[in-house]
Write a protein that binds this ligand. Sequence first.
Ligand SMILES: Nc1ncnc2c1ncn2[C@@H]1O[C@H](COP(=O)(O)OP(=O)(O)O)[C@@H](O)[C@H]1O
Ligand SMILES: [Mg+2]
Length: 298
Amino acid sequence: MPKIAFLACPITLPTSPTRRSDAFEHDLLLAALKAGLAGRADLIDLDWRAPLEELAGFDLAYLGTPWDYTDAKDEFLERLEAIAAAGVIVCNPVEVIRWNSDKLYLRELERRGASSIPTLWPESAGPSDVLAAFDHFGADRVVVKRRVGAGAIGQDSFSRTAPPPADWRIEQPAMIQPFLPAIQSEGEHSFIFVDGRFSHALIKQASHGDYRIQSLYGGIERAVEPAAADLAAAQGIMAMLPFAQPPLYARIDMVRLDGGALAVIEAELIEPYLYPEQGEKFGQMLADAMLAALAKHN
Ligand SMILES: Nc1ncnc2c1ncn2[C@@H]1O[C@H](COP(=O)(O)OP(=O)(O)O)[C@@H](O)[C@H]1O
Ligand SMILES: [Mg+2]
């Protein structure tokens, strides 16, 4: 029986004292995959920092909920390389993870023709960068985020009437974008793909007064049947990914620009939450894709 590792971390593992309040996503994702596997493989969730000997004992490692990698990106990539070198299939492949771990990849997608959000890319950010961004974009409100980041952590939004305090800084590569109001009206679209095939779509909305759609901040999501043009936009992003094979899993996050087109906000290929509750066939699709990858490898 194949052994599949569901890589997690202390903020997501069920018995961990430091488990985060939104780690129920870990349980839902694990349960969907387990149901999809239907006894065809052993599935075990464990810390990505577990001893290498232990990790090397698996046939496939799925990046389930290793949410803390954003503060230890190099260590994480090294660990994945080591697991892969031990003969374990890492999903998504390390090459994909490396490319996707710095949001500068958005610039590459833009060059390949993706509809994207105008972005400034300072090596670090302070109040003067934010003030300059208001003028550059002709915008009254901007969002500042880390180039290596997830879950809106370390992210800020400022307006001309509520600018950053004098001592505010992001001491790492950052990105500044105009604030897109469609996030608060329509919400953020997510399109889930397994092995390059569309699985399901949803719209995520922030709780009243917030603009971050993550469940940690009270965001909620609902399944949607995407309009043909919207699905085509997401499929277009999938086709622009610079890899020979489609990734095992992908979540394309999009937001509507004033002109009506969906722009890519992120192409999540590392450890996206894949909203199993909104995708009836999703668990089965993911399980089948993993078993197919295992069969091909052997
Ligand atoms: N330009 C923007 N305009 C409005 N809201 C934004 C913008 N960029 C990000 N957000 C909000 O912040 C959240 C987190 O940003 P995102 O780019 O998805 O980074 P990550 O999910 O990796 O932290 C988004 O889901 C959205 O709710
Ligand atoms: Mg996001």
